[in-house]
Design a protein around this ligand. Sequence first.
Ligand SMILES: Cc1ncc(COP(=O)(O)O)c(C=O)c1O
Length: 386
Amino acid sequence: MRRVYLDNNATTRLDAEVLDVMMPYLQESYGNPSSLHWLGDEAAKALAESRERVARTLNCYSSEVYFTSGGTESDNIAITGCALSGKDRKRIITSAVEHSAVLDTCYALQERGWELTVLPVDRGGLVNPHDLEMVIDDDVLLVSIMTANNVIGTIQPIEELAAIAHEHGAIFHTDAVQGYCHIPIDVQAMDVDMLSVSAHKIHGPKGVGALYVRDGTPLSPIMYGGGQEGGIRPSTENVPGIVGLGKAAELAYENMGDRERRIALLRDRIIDGLLEVEGIHLNGHRSPRLANNAHFRIDGVIGTDLVLALSDRGIAASTASACSASSPSPSHVLMAIGLTWEQAESSLRLGLSHHTTSEDVDYVLEMIPSTVRMLREAKRFNLSKA
Ligand SMILES: Cc1ncc(COP(=O)(O)O)c(C=O)c1O
C-alpha cells in the first residue's frame, strides 16, 4: 500500500543532511559546551555556529538567540518571563486562535492576577488590527499573536499588530513556530521583540527550539540552574539538537522560495480537487495562508473517523493540532472561527512538505472522496438534507 505523510503541521521528517551534521555531536564531540577542555570547546563552537545560522535566518544578532527545548518552552519563557520581569503593567493581550503553549500560559497568568484580553478572529482566522487598537491601552505589558496558525494556516498581519503594540509601549511576542522558514521572517522588518521557533516543523529534530529576544527586552528567568543561555534557559545544552536546528534552519531558509512555491502548487491541487466533492468546504482564507496547509470541513463525516479510515489506506492526516488529537472537544481554533461543534468535529487537516510528490496528491485525490463516500453511506448520511 502507498504511504503518504500529510501531517507536516504536526511534525516533519528529519532531513538527511541534518542528521549527518548531528551525528558527530552524539558520539565523538559529546563534550559539555561549558567545559574548559578541548572537547568542551568543540561543543561550544558548534553552539556558536548554530546560533549564527539561526540569527541569519531571523536577521538578528546571534546574542539575541536563546536555545530552548522547543516552541512550547520558547512561548512559556517569552510570556511568563515578560510577566515576571517586574514592570508594573499587568495586562496581556492575545488571540483566540493561539497554540495552547501561548493560550494556556496566558490563562495561568490570569489565575495569578494578570488581566487577560483575548482578541476574536474573522471566519478565516485573521486578527483584525483594528480590534487590537480598540482594546489596547498604556496599561498593556505584552501582546502575543502568532505568525501563522497551526490548524488552518492563516498568516497574521504581524507588522501592523506589532506597530500598534509599540505605540502603547507594550512588548510584542509572536509564536512563529509554523511560519518560520516557510514564510519570510525578519525580526527587524516585523519589529517584534520576541519570537518563538521550533526545529521539528522545519525538518530538524524534536525537542529543540529557539527564542529570539531583542536586546534590552525585559525578561526574567522562569527556571533556575547553571546559567546557560544567558540564564534565560539554564540546563546543559542539547548540542546535537541545536546543531540540527541550525542546519535545518539554514537549509529551509535557503530553499524557502523554491520549496514553498512547489508545495503551494500541490496544496492548491488538493484544495481545488476536494472542493469539487459535494459537502467539502475549505476552512481558513485561501490567502494569506501557509503553503503547506489545507484544512477542510466535510459534511456528514466525523474527522477522527476519517483520519482513522485514511490511515488504513496509508494516508497520515489529522483533524486539527496534534496536541488536541486526544481531546474529546473540537479544536478551539475551529470554534473561534465560528464553526458549530458539529462542523468543527468534521474536520480534516492536510499538511504538506517538500517531500510531498505529485503522485501523493493523485493518491489523496483518489482516496479521500471514496473514503468520505464510504463513511457517509455507513451513517446513511443524506447530503440533500444536510
Ligand atoms: C504554533 C505552534 N506553537 C507552538 C508549538 C509547540 O512547539 P513544540 O512542539 O516544539 O513544543 C507548535 C507545535 O505544534 C505550534 O504549532
